[in-house]
Design a protein around this ligand. Structure first.
Ligand code: ATP
Length: 237
């Protein structure tokens, strides 16, 4: 079943067009990776899906409903949650308070308790640091907190913007393992990554973005084996 569909989406910053007539789908249950160089439009695409930016043209459909004009906070209620680039946790709030913010607007107490358990199972480090201020956590821990917070709205579609950015190699491995686990638990994932090798290895399908348009698409395996993509994005000739 198609969970998300972008159709001919264009996005402008003032007079600058960052996304050009982009169309793609994300099927329920998939991990889909978006890769591309700096400035290709990856974050812009994610913000347009979460509703932080409005397309100048085209439509976005989620679970069969046109959400192009739906405000960002209502998209969260419908099941779209974003862990933003640069993490964006609340530095002056504790780990628990940060997670609580992710559950903003929820009233189903038993469901929330189950999601706290889910987050603490995925990230035992957060369970050990419930009262620590977010701003004093390490980079890797803040990344875990940002993903945990996004999960607290019980999303059907989790948008992850550069989850491995700035992390040490052992943390990068761990984050990708956890993303696979989150997906195995039933959450559909759209992943933006500079770390193209790992992102495509973990993905059902991938898209390559160049200057605001999709230039290649295929299964993760197909893209990993494509010589042009190897040369441009995977660090091998
Ligand atoms: P990176 O990997 O470097 O984060 P990206 O693929 O996520 O890059 P975007 O951040 O989506 O790229 O940027 C796409 C284009 O839109 C770039 O040319 C960028 O300079 C431009 N852009 C992004 N945000 C703004 C803004 N607020 N105002 C004007 N232009 C912007």
């Amino acid at each position: 079943m198609t969970l998300l569909e972008l159709k001919d989406v264009s996005v402008h910053y003032g007079r600058i067009q960052a996304i050009h007539d982009m169309s793609f789908t994300v099927e329920e249950g998939e991990i889909v990776s978006l890769i591309g160089a700096n400035g290709a439009g990856k974050s812009t695409t994610m913000k347009t899906i979460s509703g932080l930016l409005n397309p100048s043209h085209g439509s976005i459909t989620f679970d069969g409903e046109d959400i192009t004009k739906v405000k960002a906070h209502l998209r969260v209620v419908k099941g779209i949650s974003q862990s933003p680039e640069g993490r964006g946790i609340f530095p002056g709030m504790t780990v628990m308070e940060n997670l609580d913010m992710g559950a903003f607007g929820r009233a189903d107490r038993s469901g929330m308790a189950a999601d706290f358990d889910r987050v603490f199972d995925l990230f035992p480090r957060l369970a050990e640091r419930k009262t620590q201020l977010g701003g004093t956590m390490s980079g890797g821990e803040q990344q875990m907190l940002a993903i945990g917070r996004a999960l607290m709205s019980a999303p059907r579609l989790l948008l992850l913007d550069e989850p491995s950015m700035g992390l040490a190699p052992q943390f990068i491995k761990q984050i990708f393992k956890i993303i696979t686990e989150i997906n195995a638990q039933g959450t559909t994932v759209l992943l933006v990554e500079q770390n193209a090798n790992q992102a495509l290895a973990r993905a059902n399908r991938g898209f390559v973005l160049e200057t605001g348009a999709i230039t290649h698409q295929g299964t993760g395996k197909e893209l990993l084996a494509n010589p042009a993509i190897k040369e441009a994005y995977l660090g091998v000739g």
